[in-house]
Each structure stands twice: as structure tokens, then as C-alpha cells.
Design a protein around this ligand. Structure first.
Ligand code: BG6
Length: 461
């Protein structure tokens, strides 16, 4: 099943994800001549085609990526049409089947709340659309391991396994995928990429902003389900996994699952959940909500390579700035020859993967400080991938393009997602109130910091 899709159907067309990510992605595909298919937006709100087109225009302009390419936008606008109805109503799917009569390989993008997944999947199956289509499912994939299994059951009952595309958009980021290339296309890291040389790993996904008008969704989810269970654990897996045995989708996921299976469930005693002050006043947030907007925790991987190395994770909304970084800290040299009597102990070597804005790699090393004394000074060896490699495509654009082509490399597999839920299970829905923190801080003061504290991350404010 590798032929290119000949129609795209967006369930949840009036929603946030379509506005923020999918419309800009479709427009970018049109720009590079990779759209060329009808795009049908499905939603419950009674939108006309024109409304969807102006919505698309606004969402493309809102990306702020310079003037709109009118030819590309014209192609996108031409391809768009709306289909309005209730997700539980068979008539909606009959109408969709009518519209898709000429399509051999439609792609169905489920940008809808998990509560309506089952209805849509059943509707597609009953109308005979699932058998020839591909389905893209957005995260969060279920609410826990059990509901993820249930969801997988519905999908597997309707779609062929090869036609199910589970999105974790971090897998579609060039910078995140680059972790594997940096590790396995270069030989210099491998000798020290293990417990003998690595003292610890710190992963931060900090965001300067809050729930951005989607508090209603966020309040039912929280930081653990929203990003830790998926994006952060994917980054852990890519940093820690063994090289895949082949360059195919299953070989990648096999190694990821292997490393995830060696992670013990997270412990509430090592975990701090926070909630920013003011969250409870937002529209859509329950009065007594105990949803966390910040979480920090620590895990270990009981493998030959990583046993005993702490992996610290933290993520939060309304942090002092935005940054997504993984910092790998090496052990100190056995003797501190170059500290000087009254100088500070030299800092350790760091390998820093910048995965968000200004992505790239920085290695912090010690150099001789100028002067008569033989003491060290830390310096950074730094590469910015944008300037070194040029423009790279956005995650959603790559993922849509992949799914349209039937390429599964950059999608999560059922067992990966189930392992991720197993790992976070003990810290889901903890009964205690999250600790309040002020906006613009790194979460509650009570956060258990790694020994020596968190390394500074480069922020975009
Ligand atoms: C999404 C979460 O999956 O990832 C958002 O739902 C979060 O809450 C976003 O802001 C972070 O993604 P990125 O690509 O901006 O790091």
C-alpha cells in the first residue's frame, strides 16, 4: 500500500489543530507541488466552503512566514470544501462516500477529541471507506494504557495495520529525527554514550505561553498526558536506543520499544506536579481543577548501556521562556588538574541537543583560559542547523506528506504508545493538588532538582 493518497479528509476542520498546523502544512505542500488532491473538511459547525477558505487564509497568514504565495494558496483554496454533520450520523458518511467516489486512497485525519474517535471510525467502516483509506490519529492516544488498547482495537477492526498512522509530531521534527542521525551516522559519540561516561541527562520542554485558548481541552489532559507521555518519552527513546537493525519503520520502532520496556514506571515520590497561578480562572478550567501545567520527574533505564544514569524530565506552561533541549552531561575527569587553588571546579562536558527554536547541537568543553595560569574556561562548540543546512520542513508538513505516501517511519506504533502509558501510569491523576507556581518561573520551588541543579537552557521569550 504505498500509492499516493488522492483525497484528504479533515475531521475536526473548524478546530484548533487544523487552524494552527494542518492548514499551513497543506499550503506548504501546495507550494512544493505535493498537494494536488481534494481536501474535505468535516465538522459539526455549519460552515460553508467559503468560510473554510477564509479560515485557511487566516491560518496561513498567522504563521508569519512572509507573504502568501498566491498560486499555492489558490490551489489550496480550490481544493477545499466542507461537509457538515453529526459524527454519529450514518448520513454523514454516506455523503462522504458520495464525495469520495472517485478516490481510491483517501486519507482521514482525525483531529477530533478522543471521545468521538470510535464513532468516526465506525462511521467510516460502515460506509465502506475504511477498507481503502488510511487514518491519521492525533495524540493523546487514549487516556491510559487501557483506553489506548481499546482505541487500537477499534482502529484495527476497521483499518489495515499498515494504514494506521499515529501522530506524535515530535517524530516529524527534523531536529528530533536528527538525534538518531547524530548518534548513528557519526562514530565519535558511541564510545562515551553509556553509563561509564554519562553522568546524567536532562530534558526540558519549557513554554513561555499558557493554554492558548484551549484550556477546555487542556484541563482534561494536563502536562503528563499532553507532552510527557509522548514527546518527552520519544526524545528519551531516541537518545537512549540501540541502532536499528535496518532502515525500515518497524526496525526503528522495535528499538524504541526495547528501550521503553527497560524503563520502570515513574514514581510519584520523584515527581513534582505544578499548576501556574491564574490557571483556575481561565475559561474552560474546572473550579477545583487539579490538572498539572508543569511536571518534573526522573527515570532510569535498566539496560546494560544506561543502568544508574538518571534521566531528568521537566515540562511546563508559562515558564521563563520557550526551549526544548536535551542535555547530556559527561562525568568529570578523574583528577582536577586545571582548577587552580582558588578557582571554581571546572564544569563538566555537555552535549546539548537544541530541539526547538534555533535547533542544533552545542558541545560545552574546557579550554585553557588565557593567562599565566593553567586553568580552564568553558567554551561552546556550536552548530545551528538552520544556517548550516538551510530551510527544513515543519513537522506536520512532513507527516502529512508521509501519510499521503503511506510511509510509516515517522509514526508511533501501538506497542510504543502502550509502553509510554505504562511508564507514566503511576503519576496519572494523582489525588494531591499540584503545587502552585508563578508564571515566568521554572515551576514550583519544591521541584527535586538534579544533583547540581538544572543546566541553563537557551530561551526564546
Ligand atoms: C503539543 C501539545 O502536542 O505539543 C501542546 O498539545 C504543546 O500543548 C506542543 O504546546 C509543543 O510542541 P512544539 O512543537 O511547539 O514543541
Amino acid at each position: 500500500m504505498s500509492s499516493r493518497a488522492d483525497a484528504v479528509v479533515l475531521f475536526g476542520a473548524t478546530g484548533d489543530l487544523v487552524r494552527k498546523k494542518l492548514m499551513p502544512a497543506l499550503y506548504e505542500l501546495a507550494k512544493v507541488g505535493r498537494l494536488g488532491v481534494p481536501v474535505i473538511g468535516v465538522a459539526r459547525s455549519a460552515w460553508e466552503d467559503e468560510r473554510l477558505r477564509s479560515h485557511a487564509r487566516e491560518s496561513v497568514e498567522a504563521t508569519g512566514r512572509g507573504p502568501v504565495d498566491e498560486a499555492a494558496f489558490g490551489e489550496l483554496a480550490q481544493s477545499l470544501s466542507m461537509l457538515v454533520g453529526d459524527y454519529g450520523d450514518a448520513a454523514l458518511y454516506d455523503e462522504l462516500a458520495q464525495r469520495l467516489q472517485g478516490a481510491q486512497r483517501p486519507v482521514f485525519y482525525l483531529a477530533i477529541p478522543p471521545s468521538v474517535f470510535a464513532k468516526v471510525v465506525q462511521g467510516l467502516a460502515s460506509a465502506g471507506l475504511a477498507a481503502r483509506g488510511r487514518v491519521i490519529v492525533e495524540k493523546p492516544f487514549g487516556r491510559d494504557q487501557e483506553s489506548a488498547r481499546e482505541l487500537n482495537g477499534w482502529l484495527a477492526g476497521a483499518f489495515d495495520q499498515q494504514s494506521i498512522f499515529r501522530i506524535d509530531h515530535y517524530l516529524g521534527k527534523e531536529s528530533v529525527e536528527g538525534l538518531l542521525v547524530f548518534r548513528f551516522a557519526n562514530t565519535f559519540l558511541e564510545p562515551f554514550w553509556n553509563r561509564n561516561h554519562v553522568a546524567g541527562v536532562q530534558i526540558t520542554l519549557g513554554e513561555a505561553f499558557g493554554t492558548e485558548g484551549r484550556a477546555g481541552f487542556y484541563d482534561g489532559v494536563g502536562a503528563v498526558r499532553d507532552v510527557l507521555q509522548n514527546h518527552l518519552l520519544q526524545v528519551v527513546a531516541l537518545l537512549a536506543m540501540e541502532p536499528p537493525i535496518a532502515d525500515d519503520a518497524d526496525a526503528y520502532r522495535d528499538e524504541e520499544v526495547k528501550v521503553l520496556r527497560q524503563i520502570s514506571p515513574l514514581e510519584p515520590r520523584n515527581t513534582v506536579r505544578g499548576q501556574y497561578v491564574g490557571y483556575l480562572d481561565e475559561d474552560g478550567v474546572g473550579e477545583d481543577s487539579t490538572t498539572e501545567t508543569f511536571v518534573s520527574t526522573c527515570l532510569t533505564i535498566e539496560s546494560w548501556r544506561w543502568a544508574g544514569v538518571p534521566f531528568y524530565l521537566r515540562t511546563g506552561k508559562h515558564m521563563p521562556g520557550s526551549a526544548t533541549e536535551a542535555v547530556v552531561e559527561l562525568r568529570r575527569p578523574p583528577r582536577l588538574l586545571f582548577a587552580g587553588q582558588d578557582a571554581d571546579v571546572p564544569s563538566t562536558n555537555l552535549v546539548r541537543f537544541r530541539l526547538g527554536h534555533s535547533d542544533g547541537v552545542t558541545m560545552s568543553v574546557q579550554a585553557k583560559a588565557p593567562g599565566a595560569r593553567t586553568v580552564t574556561q568553558p567554551v561552546d562548540l556550536r552548530v545551528d542547523f538552520e544556517s548550516a543546512l538551510g530551510h527544513r520542513r515543519e513537522a506536520y508538513e512532513r507527516l502529512l506528506d508521509d501519510a499521503m505516501d503511506g510511509r510509516r517511519h515517522r509514526f508511533a506504533r501501538e506497542d510504543t504508545i502502550e509502553e509510554e502509558w505504562r511508564i507514566v501510569a503511576p503519576i496519572l491523576d494523582l489525588p494531591d493538588r499540584p503545587v502552585p507556581y508563578y508564571k515566568g518561573t521554572w515551576g514550583p520551588p519544591s521541584t527535586h532538582p538534579p544533583a547540581g541543579g538544572w543546566h541553563e537552557v537557551a530561551l526564546r521569550s
